[in-house]
Write a protein of this length. Structure first.
Ligand SMILES: [Fe+2]
Length: 254
């Protein structure tokens, strides 16, 4: 599995407090079966000094993980706040991955800006493709699958947190995944206790409910393609998969 959203750098945001917590998180993820992680510290403004701190801490993390003998590939990204000179992000040096993708945090409190489509259009002109972070947090968005489909056709990608498949939102998250409106998954880990780096349980739920093909696609194949900078085109599926196909998946174990 590849974790596409996690906070592993100590002292830069609301993630781990120190290197001990940071390494405990990475160890936890490796034991859970996470083989690679996109590290996504919050980026609220395009501040070059902050970018330097983030880059320095990321290099130190890579060194410490290697020294500890933990087998996890780490890639630096960021969770970029909506509305801040986003179209200049590719000149900034921190934030994008695979040359053109970045994790975009919509505004807090479940609010989705009516200008989102316009922002996406401008980003597209700059060759940037945002991945909308933890879309399950925005009820107005996940309940409006037509708008989600439109956003995907505008080249946005959609990420959900692993725990969305485990808690009360599970039905919604599974429905979106079935409609191909979930492209990648992240733990959104912040600390080893209350917000851990775990995804295996969510993988098992997706495999059981939607089949191994879908689980592999959103936990492994699409993340790898994005990290490698490949162009990913995933058309949404308008109709939900029929129930008998789900049963066939379960019987076959596929
Ligand atoms: Fe996050």
């Amino acid at each position: 599995m590849i974790d596409m959203h996690c906070h592993l750098l100590p002292g830069v945001d609301d993630g781990p407090r120190d290197w001990d917590e940071s390494l405990a998180l990475v160890r936890q993820g490796a034991e859970d079966g996470i083989r690679a992680a996109l590290v996504t510290p919050h980026l609220g403004e395009l501040d070059p000094e902050r970018a330097e701190v983030v880059k320095r801490k990321f290099s130190e993390l890579v060194g410490r993980v290697r020294e500890e003998g933990i087998n996890m590939r780490l890639i630096l990204g960021a969770e970029v706040a909506f509305g801040l000179g986003l179209e200049r992000l590719n000149e900034f040096g921190v934030g994008t991955f695979g040359g053109r993708y970045f994790l975009l945090e919509l505004l807090p409190l479940g609010f989705v800006s009516p200008s989102l489509e316009e922002v996406l259009f401008n980003l597209q002109l700059k060759g940037l493709r945002p991945v909308l972070a933890h879309i399950e947090r925005y009820p107005g968005l996940v309940d409006d699958t037509e708008r989600l489909e439109k956003l995907v056709r505008m080249r946005a990608l959609l990420q959900v947190n692993a725990e969305a498949f485990l808690r009360k939102q599970a039905k919604t998250a599974l429905k979106l995944a079935r409609m191909r409106l979930v492209h990648i998954v992240g733990s959104d880990a912040h600390d080893p206790r209350s917000r851990p780096m775990r995804m295996a349980e969510a993988y098992r739920v997706v495999k059981w409910e939607l089949g191994a093909r879908t689980a592999e696609r959103i936990f492994e194949e699409v993340p790898e393609a994005l990290l490698s900078g490949k162009d990913v085109d995933l058309e949404p599926v308008a109709k939900e998969e029929k129930i008998f196909r789900r049963i066939v998946h379960r019987l076959r174990g596929t």
